[in-house]
Design a protein around this ligand. Structure first.
Ligand code: ZN
Length: 323
């Protein structure tokens, strides 16, 4: 038994499921992400994750440094203790070579963070990094992603998780952005990038965005909007209850509207012009300059009106987006 209870102390690198405020974390680099897979976990799951990461890297550009950690346990294939030990040792060799954390302490934390989750059977995907390092490494973690696989999906969900998490690596190469834009853009990318790569038809994009619209409506019905999800600290208490609907689902449509209101209506221009502008001006002024508007409240009002529009109007905006 490699898992160990009660080894939490203060200085372990911790997951950042929600991107935190701050400047750029990652940098442009040609090197491809490095993969680490728990031996015994079917290689097809790593292949799906890598497929998604590479789709996103081809679209957003190559940023890093990135290490990808893939582990899981399917019912018929229990990984051996040796395999688990090798996975932890590899993780701690890499993370303790750049920090002064003790190997034993790392082992304990990594065991909780990776193997306990694998054992429990929970599926997780997230980006984390050690903030205190001069050049943090992006750790893309994918655990038990087979649980998200359904034969009938046109693009397997583990591929989409790869697209989503790598999108955060790209975003974190720029200055701070609001949560709705971080998560919303990543959710939008899950539909947009496979479509531009000709992995699916337009119906796939529409179906995913429709689902996000239904979810987002749960929050708008409660009187909440993306303006309530700029940051966790500033979000009103009731917005926390709708975190997923506001950040991910309403945020995905906020991203659509941001592109749709821009002069080019181009998603590539969002990548090539808007994101660098965020570095230069900060996200609020970048939003205003990019859309030629007075202030962010103008955008938020336009968003609320857009959400109250018909499905036909919303689909029309989606169809008008250009690569
Ligand atoms: Zn995310």
């Amino acid at each position: 038994m490699l898992g160990a209870a009660g080894c939490r102390t203060a200085d372990a690198p911790h997951p950042h499921p929600h991107p935190t405020p701050g400047g750029a974390t990652f940098i442009p680099m040609e090197e491809a992400p490095v993969y680490h897979v728990l031996d015994g976990y079917d290689p097809r799951w790593r292949a799906h994750v890598e497929d998604g990461v590479e789709l996103a890297r081809a679209f957003w550009g190559s940023y890093g440094p990135v290490h990808v950690w893939v582990a899981g346990r399917e019912e018929h294939a229990e990984p051996s203790d040796d395999a688990k030990e090798a996975f932890l040792t590899e993780y701690c060799r890499l993370s303790t070579s750049v920090t002064d954390r003790l190997h034993a302490e790392c082992h304990c934390h990594a065991s909780e963070r990776f193997l306990d989750v694998v054992e429990r059977g929970d599926a997780e995907a997230y980006l984390s990094w050690a903030e205190e390092l001069e050049q943090p490494t992006a750790e893309l973690v994918f655990l038990n992603v087979h649980r998200w696989f359904f034969e009938e999906d046109p693009v397997p969900d583990p591929v989409l998780r790869g697209v989503h998490e790598y999108t955060h690596v790209f975003q974190k190469a720029f200055a701070h952005m609001p949560i709705w834009l971080m998560e919303g853009c990543a959710v939008f990318a899950e539909a947009w990038i496979p479509w531009t790569a000709q992995r699916c038809d337009e119906a796939f994009v529409t179906a995913r965005m429709d689902r996000s619209m239904r979810e987002a409506r749960r929050a708008t019905k409660a009187g909440l909007t993306i303006a309530d999800m700029e940051g966790l600290d500033s979000a009103p208490l009731e917005a926390h209850r709708f975190y997923r609907e506001l950040a991910y689902d309403a945020g995905a449509w906020g991203t659509v509207l941001l592109v749709h209101l821009s002069p080019s209506k181009s998603v590539s221009a969002l990548r090539d012009e808007f994101f660098p502008m965020v570095d230069e001006l900060g996200w609020e002024r970048a939003l205003c300059r990019y859309l030629g508007i007075e202030n962010k409240y103008w955008f938020y009002e336009a968003f609320d009106a857009f959400m109250e529009g018909t499905a036909e109007q919303q689909h029309h905006a989606l169809r008008e987006l250009r690569p």
